[in-house]
Design a binder for this molecule. Structure first.
Ligand code: ZN
Length: 454
């Protein structure tokens, strides 16, 4: 039971109303007026509760930086990251209610941005208000809330903003609440993310498609050429076959293994969730499953060549293209991997074009032995009545490296939304009870981080 519960209950009607107000603003990056309205709404909300708020300028959408609490470095500073932009949404995508008119059904609030990310950063704003009220109107720590407007576009300017406003953004800890909680909506604290590097490989044969009978064995086949490239890029045991690819990977340590051993692993249920047969997971235990999600991966995400329509078209295609991505583990450097890939392709397959997508993202890692973890674990447990899972790294990618690498602070990802929040899809929703728990969690987390400095 959280000590903030009665306070939250007393305010909850008002806070839920504000959540709904925020959801009515269609803050799509393509809608400049709505984006500005969203910033003004958030600014007014936070200013009226004692925050100072400024807009950090950049070539894209302005980033909001709100601050409250004692200045002067006597108390710890916590930076909370969220985003005010949302994914596009239209009724035609399959929504059961208008995406920008919040609607309650079966204990959930439906609407674009409910969980991704308005419900999550508002829970923090309200959590801060609850903590402030409990502490007689003065926060026991300094909080900074950083809300960006381009997360759904891949955060192209976030790293630049962090570097340019480094001293304004400086903190002792960073907290991100985005994405879903653990299995069965179990609370989770994530200590890192995988990075991502995407690329396309393009092979060309003749100047045009040729008859595969009349020209077979004569004109080159670019699809076969790509098969050769892909085969060369991967070893038989599934590792990436690039010089130096694994050099910077931090192997799982004792602490990581300890945390992983407490994570849920139910192969039967997992097979259903993943849409695979159970034999895919045969012989795996939790360690193997999570190791796979935390170590680098190499995926083919798309392939295109020749004719795949109905009937048969006997051609040797003129072109073939494959899209791939590496998910990177800490401390791999995307720049280094990109250079190694380009060098390998130039040397071994100079005839194949390799186009590396510029929007790469570095992985992140917070020391699994960091003393704040235990305090965070207890704080989250107080809010939910459940000890949170601690994941050394998650499989997906977030721009978390801007905190761990650019700001140099420990960063904790503590999502507040349900597993089935359907973010990015139709009928995005957030459980209303989890919105309330999120407020309690935020207040508890901040209180715990204020208590002792590590
Ligand atoms: Zn999103």
């Amino acid at each position: 039971m959280s000590e903030f519960d009665s306070m939250i209950r007393a305010r909850f009607h008002e806070w839920r109303g504000l959540w709904e107000e925020a959801l009515r603003i269609p803050s799509l990056v393509t809608d400049a007026a709505a984006m500005q309205q969203m910033r003004e709404w958030l600014t007014a909300l936070m200013v009226s509760h004692g925050f100072t708020v400024r807009e950090l300028d950049n070539p894209g959408q302005p980033v909001l930086l709100a601050e409250d609490g004692p200045e002067g470095g006597q108390v710890p500073t916590v930076l909370i990251y969220g985003h005010y932009d949302v994914q596009p949404a239209e009724m035609a995508d399959g929504w059961d209610s208008a995406p920008f008119e919040p609607s309650e059904r079966e204990g959930r609030l439906f609407g674009r941005g409910t969980g991704d990310n308005k419900g999550q950063h508002l829970a923090h704003i309200f959590g801060i208000m609850a903590l402030k009220e409990r502490c007689g109107g003065v926060l026991p720590l300094r909080v900074k809330i950083l809300l960006e407007g381009e997360e759904e576009s891949g955060s192209p300017h976030l790293a630049d903003v962090i570097q340019r406003y480094r001293s304004d953004i400086a903190a002792d800890y960073a907290i991100t609440s985005d994405g879903p909680m653990g299995l069965s909506d179990h609370p989770v604290i994530r200590l890192g993310v995988r990075g991502i590097l995407s690329f396309a490989l393009r092979a060309r044969g003749a100047r045009f498609d040729n008859h595969s009978g009349h020209k077979g064995n004569v004109v080159p086949n670019p699809a076969w050429r790509l098969v050769e490239v892909l085969t060369a890029l991967k070893t038989d045991d599934g590792r990436v076959n690039l010089p130096g690819f694994y050099d910077d990977v931090v192997p799982l340590g004792v602490r990581d293994r300890e945390f992983i051993s407490r994570l849920p692993f139910d192969p039967q249920r997992l097979a259903v969730t993943l849409g695979v047969t159970e034999d895919r997971l045969a012989g795996w235990d939790a360690m193997e499953y999570y190791r796979r999600l935390m170590m680098p991966s190499f995926s083919i995400t798309g392939m295109h060549s020749g004719y795949v329509g109905s009937g048969q078209k006997s051609i040797i295609p003129a072109e073939a293209e494959v899209r791939c991505e590496f998910r990177l583990a800490a401390d791999q450097k995307p720049e280094r991997i990109a250079a190694a890939l380009s060098a390998f392709m130039a040397k071994e397959f100079p005839d194949v074009e390799c186009v590396i997508h510029p929007g790469w993202m570095a992985p992140s890692r917070t020391d699994p032995g960091h003393p704040a973890i235990e305090r965070l674990r207890r704080a989250v447990e107080r809010a939910y009545g459940l000890a949170p899972y601690i994941e050394p790294a998650m499989g997906g990618s977030l721009p978390d490296y801007v905190f761990t690498d650019l700001l140099g602070v420990p960063s904790f990802i503590i999502p507040l939304a349900n597993q089935d929040e359907a973010n990015h899809g139709p009928n995005e929703n957030m459980r209303i009870d989890l919105f309330e728990r999120g407020i309690a969690a935020s207040a508890e987390i901040l209180k715990a981080l204020a208590e002792t400095e590590d």
